[in-house]
Design a binder for this molecule. Structure first.
Ligand SMILES: [Zn+2]
Length: 409
């Protein structure tokens, strides 16, 4: 088989396109495949599909294709233009690439597969020997076409949450579809305006379809939901993940304070134990469990706060709202009479929003979904390999968690 014929076959080139010649540049590790069409071929106007004679050709263009063995393989051709009586002179699209992309469809599909499988942009970039901008261009185009294709289906159970882009500042607000574990909207910031902007990316029909909204207990998201979602007050659920996050912070405050006072007496018992107390009991590693058993002492304030935290977790195994309220009231009484100020403060916060905490019983928002989405986003943030700007982060979230059809076709 001649090289022209071989490439004709393996590229899957369809009529009228044929391989004109194949050039191997050993030094550059590159194979150039020139593609042409016979004289007199007619092409369709890209706007109205009218079959027209070839008017002229554009500049020679190059598309990166899948490698042939270790050789970078480039397709090159001059895209034909037609002169449509209705639409004027138009460049005809070529069947192996999308619009102005510098890659063939097969190459982009492979790049998308690699990016998806590795969840690592920096690593994929190396394997594909692509530059930063070209790689992120592939992600951006994939997200753009995925969003255009995505239908606005109803969203009965959603969650809204914040994610820090840089530690401590620059936040994003995200809306999740809790039934499909996908990210549906992103806006910059974590205040009421940002949340309203995020909700506004949903269609009117989607807003009307919302039955329950999971969120933390910050007033910003509560306010925004009330502005945008009809009857929001009866739909808000402060889910276990967010409530327990707050309780964990309180336990940590107790530990820090006690640790400082113990240290002043030369007692280092609480050194390096932060996560021993924060992990739920069944999720502790073997080392953490051993350490826990070693230091747990009912006279320690941190131990008391830990017990209160672990007890509260049972709030989410109550079968209905009234038993959940009863359970909470007992817990509240046991906390409010202690001297653990951070725990008392969080108990009061929950009490103020109790109706929207126990509403999990009626809305069927499972405890794990918000937590699962959170860890999915965190893992992407860790694994992607760095972002130069907030747009990169947003693109990556949609690319990995948008539930989008990303492929060019
Ligand atoms: Zn036309």
């Amino acid at each position: 088989m001649q090289d022209k014929e071989l490439y004709q076959q393996i590229l899957g080139l369809a009529s009228p396109w044929t391989v004109e010649c194949v050039k191997l540049d050993v030094e550059a590790s590159e194979i150039l495949v020139k593609v042409e069409h016979p004289r007199g071929t007619k092409f369709c106007c890209p706007q109205c599909d009218k079959l027209l004679p070839c008017y002229d050709h554009g500049e020679e263009r190059r598309w990166r294709h899948l490698d042939s063995c270790q050789f970078k393989t480039i397709l090159s051709a001059k895209a034909p233009r037609v002169n449509c009586p209705e639409h004027g002179v138009k460049t005809v699209s070529v069947p192996w690439a999308e619009g102005s992309s510098r890659f063939t469809i097969l190459f982009e599909r492979f790049a998308i597969d690699l990016l998806q499988e590795t969840q690592n942009v920096k690593g994929s970039m190396k394997i594909l020997s692509l530059k930063w901008d070209a790689t992120w261009g592939i992600l951006e185009r994939a997200v753009e076409r995925g969003k255009l294709r995505k239908e606005a289906s109803p969203l009965p159970r959603i969650g809204i949450d914040e994610k820090a882009f840089k530690k401590g500042h620059s936040y994003l607000s995200l809306i999740y579809d809790l039934d499909n574990s996908t990210v549906e909207a992103i806006s910059e910031g974590n205040d009421t305006n940002a949340a309203v902007a995020c909700f506004s990316q949903l269609t009117e029909g989607q807003i009307a379809s919302v039955e329950a909204i999971a969120m933390d207990m910050s007033s910003a998201y509560v306010k925004a939901a009330k502005q945008v979602i009809p009857l929001a007050e009866s739909k808000i659920v402060h889910d276990r993940f967010h409530v327990m996050q707050l309780v964990n912070k309180a336990v940590d405050k107790v530990r820090k304070k006690e640790h400082r006072s113990l240290l002043s007496e030369g007692d280092k018992r609480l050194s390096g134990t932060k996560y021993v107390w924060l992990r739920s009991f069944e999720n502790q590693t073997i080392q953490q469990e051993a350490r826990f058993n070693e230091i747990y002492d009912h006279t320690l304030e941190t131990s008391k706060a830990w017990c209160q935290k672990e007890t509260l977790r049972d709030l989410w195994s109550q079968t209905d709202a009234s038993t959940a309220i009863k359970f909470f009231k007992e817990w509240y009484r046991s906390v409010i009479h202690t001297k653990l100020e951070p725990m008392k403060a969080v108990a009061r916060t929950i009490k103020d929003r109790l109706d929207n905490v126990v509403s999990y019983c009626t809305h069927g928002i499972t405890n794990s979904v918000a937590e699962g989405m959170n860890s999915k986003i965190m893992s992407i943030k860790r694994r992607v390999g760095g972002f130069r700007n907030v747009e990169n982060f947003k693109t990556a979230i949609f690319f990995y968690c948008g539930g989008l059809d990303l492929y060019p076709r």
